[in-house]
Design a protein. Structure first.
Lengths: 227, 340
């Protein structure tokens, strides 16, 4: 029996849902900065009805757990919690940065990727990923939120993916210099990549229960000091 | 056919869930209040509120279903607060609620938070018949409404500045009572001397049914400053303030009953938990040879029960929300459709 996984991602300007059945992935993707809540369930519904499946017939729901926009993260987590609890399915969290790294590897064969998402307030969410021998992104060090010029240098060369490279191209180039070889600043996380990465987790039995579908914000200092 | 509806409230700093069955009543409810977490910041921090809602809501639903002994297959619909309220907080309840309904294969409906408050006195106990005058008094609203049925609301008057609950909270802050200080102020007032100060009753000598409460807070501040050497001043100010709010609300409610020629007064919203205000409003309703109706105290402030109830009425009338998840942080009550 081939695994069936639904994946959801609304954590950046992109809004996407994907249905993986065995080796096949079908995706709906739109850029709708303010329309995520309007579009996400209709996308899921279309995918399921095209595949003639009900939610309960799936094996798991994968989701982008972040980092990303706080509201976007909670739209994903909220929708996934509701769907998974309602249909009695387990969930599988996947990093937005890992999804970006994985996409760049699949498109451009880069095996060392620095993924960076614009975190506003002058900062980026970022993480270094190396593609391992099974073709999966493995985190080097930690994911973090920091000023682009504070990024710790790692032995390169690295390819850059994500909106962080669009918003802070010069700062990141300046900081990484000859360690940076290729940049895709327009890349956004996609549910189809979340689904593929989740499949691996699923096969290893690494799943969580619905209420554990929680965002990873990285930025936890959200209360500004009162004057 | 009776329907069983799960209700979810997450518009501000309370995560509430409840299950209501039409024709039967409330089957159960549970609430988690974040008030303590926000108290250290002197008010609700929206981002922290949202982060907490998303952690609590599914465990609360799960516990409640377990406690009332229902399986998820027995739920016929899901209602969630769709506004007004904090955008991020509303979004959590709406996303979970709408998706849960999809997962269960049942209809969902987005509920107006103030309609929830407004209908809470109809949830249980002695139930008022339509039409009636409703006084909605909460942290964000002070409104007099003529209610001719579910969704048939005519705004008669409202606060031109601070809501009554807001005035309670701001005055409580002046008295050093923390946040939200309404209930604490009311406790302190019990020890106060009612004859020491007389605060103004704002706007009662003007025609109409609007309110103004921001002046009372200023009056309280001045009174405190003029008596800063008196250690027991707080209780007397609290008492004078509370009496002034209670009296002002009572005068306008009586006027609304008379002008509309109605006898039933329904009072709801967080401030209706206040015992002195309840007593004053009871008095004036009886003075008009009418009756006053209040929700049970725990259903005065935000809760899931009122959302399950209002949602059940609307689902039962055939309303439901599509797959697009919509929330409205600002949403006038008058935009709601009538239920016939
Ligand atoms: N016993 C009380 N006396 C006076 N005010 C109260 C009392 N209990 C609650 N409140 C006030 O009610 C408000 C909260 O009510 P709620 O209906 O939750 O309002 P909202 O949803 O508009 O914030 C707060 O302003 C609080 O201080």
């Amino acid at each position: 029996m081939s695994s069936k996984i639904l994946a959801i991602d609304t954590v950046t300007e992109g809004c996407s849902a994907a249905l993986l059945i065995g080796d096949e992935v079908v995706e709906r993707f739109e850029i709708t900065p303010r329309g995520h809540t309007q579009r996400i369930l209709p996308m899921v519904d279309e995918l399921l009805s095209e595949a003639d499946l009900t939610l309960a017939e799936l094996d798991a729901i994968a989701f982008d757990r972040g980092p990303g926009s706080f509201t976007g993260l909670r739209i994903t987590a909220g929708v996934v919690q509701g769907l998974a609890y309602g249909a009695g399915l387990p969930v599988i969290p996947v990093s937005s940065l890992a999804a970006l790294a994985f996409a760049l590897y699949r498109e451009n064969q880069n095996r060392n990727i620095l993924a960076a998402i614009d975190a506003r307030m002058g900062e980026v969410y970022c993480g270094y990923y190396r593609i391992n021998d099974r073709g999966l992104p493995a985190l080097v060090g930690e994911e973090s939120v920091l000023l682009p010029n504070k990024i710790i240098k790692q032995q390169g060369p690295w390819a850059g993916a994500g909106s962080g490279f669009e918003s802070y191209r010069e700062e990141l180039k300046e900081c990484l210099r000859e360690n940076l070889i290729h940049i895709d600043g327009n890349a956004l996380p996609h549910a189809k990549d979340i689904a593929r990465l989740a499949l691996h987790e699923f096969e290893q039995g690494r799943v969580l229960s619905s209420e554990e579908a929680q965002p990873v914000y990285l930025r936890n200092q959200v209360v500004h000091q009162k004057s | 056919m009776d329907v069983i509806v799960l209700g979810i409230e997450s518009s501000c700093d309370e995560t509430g869930v409840a299950i209501y069955e039409t024709g039967v009543g409330l089957l159960g409810h549970t609430l988690y209040s974040q008030a303590e977490m926000h108290a250290q910041y002197g008010g609700v921090v929206p981002e922290l509120a949202s982060r907490d809602h998303i952690r609590r809501v599914i465990p609360l639903i799960d516990q409640l279903l377990d406690r009332v002994g229902l399986s998820s297959q027995q739920i016929d619909g899901v209602a969630y607060t769709a506004g007004p309220g904090l955008m991020g907080a509303l979004m959590v309840g709406a996303c979970v609620g709408r998706s849960l309904a999809y997962g269960w294969g049942v209809p969902a409906v987005g509920v107006h938070h103030m309609e929830g408050h407004l209908l809470a006195p109809l949830l249980e106990g002695e139930i008022p018949e339509f039409p009636f005058i409703a006084l909605l008094v909460s942290g964000g609203h002070t409104q007099l409404i003529r209610v001719d049925g579910v969704g048939r609301y005519q705004l008669l008057g409202e606060s031109v500045d601070d809501a009554a609950g807001e005035a309670f909270d701001k005055t409580a802050k002046l008295l050093g009572l923390g946040y939200p200080g309404g209930p604490a102020l009311s406790e302190l007032a019990k020890q106060g001397n009612p004859d020491r100060f007389h605060f103004p009753r704002p706007m009662v000598d003007r025609p109409g049914l609007d309110f103004s409460f921001s002046g009372l807070k200023t009056y309280a501040r001045n009174t405190l400053q003029q008596n800063s050497d008196d250690p027991t001043i707080g209780a007397d100010v609290a008492r004078a303030f509370e009496d002034a709010v209670a009296d002002t609300l009572a005068i306008k409610c009586r006027r609304a009953l008379r002008e509309s020629d109605l006898r039933r007064l329904v009072v709801a919203g967080g401030v209706s938990a206040n015992q002195r205000i309840r007593a004053r409003l009871q008095e004036i309703a009886e003075g008009e040879r009418g009756e006053a109706f209040f929700p049970r105290v725990e259903f005065c402030t935000d809760n899931g029960a009122m959302i399950a109830f209002a949602g059940a009425l609307r689902l039962d009338a055939g309303e439901s929300s599509g797959l697009a998840i919509e929330v409205s942080p600002r949403w006038p009550l008058s935009e709601l459709p009538a239920v016939h």
